[in-house]
Write a protein that binds this ligand. Structure first.
Ligand code: PEP
Ligand code: MN
Length: 334
């Protein structure tokens, strides 16, 4: 409350808190009176309603607004099953594959290569969110069918993006994990549909979104009763132009401390240049990432999207070896 808040202003605030179904805790200092609002109620607390009341100086939220995603709700790590392993467990899991599914041969060839190198799951986009409407948009359902074939051949579960809430059931028919891309992180209709599906979700951080925004988006999925959610740091937009995005290494330990959900890193989109992908992968694992998602293409010079940041299979093999060594150095396996 303001320094000169009247006794009436204070009692009005207390009355409002009780009316909203909460308990008011009064703490009177030499200058300031602080009124704590505690407990649970069916009436949502609207900060701005209190902020506009007479005598109120400031309304501060002390508890986090993402209840289900928080460690407060679930202190241990949530484990998300993936191909017989668990994302969020001791083993660092790597998802790899091309940016886009380009042909049946391309996805099967890449799937075999990443499996041989030790990947846990296959990635590949059939529905691509492209900045330009003239860029390759993905093969759609045909791409999903090719992914399913690649899974049959290799046994690798499939991670693929869904952009449209109406297509969630279709993508669920083919995919093991639904990816929600950076550009759709705050597509709340899509988040609700992804939550309702009860499918495993890989939720990427929006390029201009905060860690708290990401956790609030995860909360949408969790609120639908779907607890199988992995979060992904994929680089944010900054003033720096030397790389495609700026990898927010900070986000890895910060997320790990705020949430029980597995946290993975996408160095490919974060840096945008294949020659730096290994370094950022090592850094992410050292910082505590539970997994990585890496773009791999057998012939990056022929890729229909993101060839510049795609590793050739040989390089990917070397990355896996480096990841194993870093994982061991920080008390994990890979
Ligand atoms: C992708 O994974 O190919 C992709 C489009 O990623 P993001 O949504 O992070 O840009
Ligand atoms: Mn890509």
């Amino acid at each position: 409350m303001k320094v000169k808040a009247s006794a009436k202003a204070i009692s009005d605030v207390i009355a409002r808190i009780k009316h909203d179904g909460y308990v008011a805790h009064l703490s009177e200092g030499a200058d300031h009176t602080i009124i704590g609002v505690v407990g649970e109620s069916a009436t949502p607390l609207l900060e701005e309603n209190y902020a506009t009341m007479d005598g109120v100086e400031n309304v501060m939220q002390l508890s986090v607004p993402y209840e289900l995603a928080s460690r407060h709700f679930h202190p241990g790590n949530s484990l998300v099953p993936l191909n017989g392993s668990q994302m969020g467990g001791n083993k660092v899991l790597v998802i790899a594959g091309p940016c886009s599914v380009e042909s049946r041969e391309q996805i099967i060839e890449t799937a075999c290569a990443v499996k041989e190198a030790g990947a846990t799951a296959l990635r590949g986009g059939a529905f691509k969110p492209r900045t330009s409407p003239y860029s390759f948009q993905g093969h759609g359902e045909k791409g999903l069918q090719w992914l399913a074939e690649a899974r049959e051949v290799t046994g690798l579960p499939v991670v693929t993006e869904v952009m449209d809430p109406a297509l969630v059931p279709l993508v669920c028919q083919y995919a093991d994990v639904l990816q929600i891309g950076a550009r759709n992180m705050q597509n709340f209709t899509l988040l609700n549909a992804a939550g309702e599906s009860q499918h495993t979700i890989l939720l990427k951080r929006g390029m201009s979104n905060t860690v708290e925004d990401l956790l609030m988006s995860a909360e949408y999925i969790l609120a639908q009763g779907n607890r199988r959610v992995m979060l992904c740091e994929r680089g944010i937009r900054t003033f720096e132009k030397a790389t495609r995005n700026t990898f927010d290494l900070n986000a890895i330990p910060v997320l790990k401390s705020l949430t029980h959900l597995p946290v993975i890193a996408d160095p490919s989109h974060a840096v945008g240049l294949w020659e730096y992908v290994e370094a950022i992968s090592r850094g992410a694992v050292a910082a505590g990432a539970d997994g990585l998602i890496i773009e791999v293409h057998p012939r990056p010079d022929e890729a229909l999207s993101d060839g510049r940041q795609s590793l050739k299979p040989e390089r990917f093999k070397s990355l896996m070896e480096q990841v194993r060594r870093v994982a061991e150095a920080v008390g994990r396996t890979a």
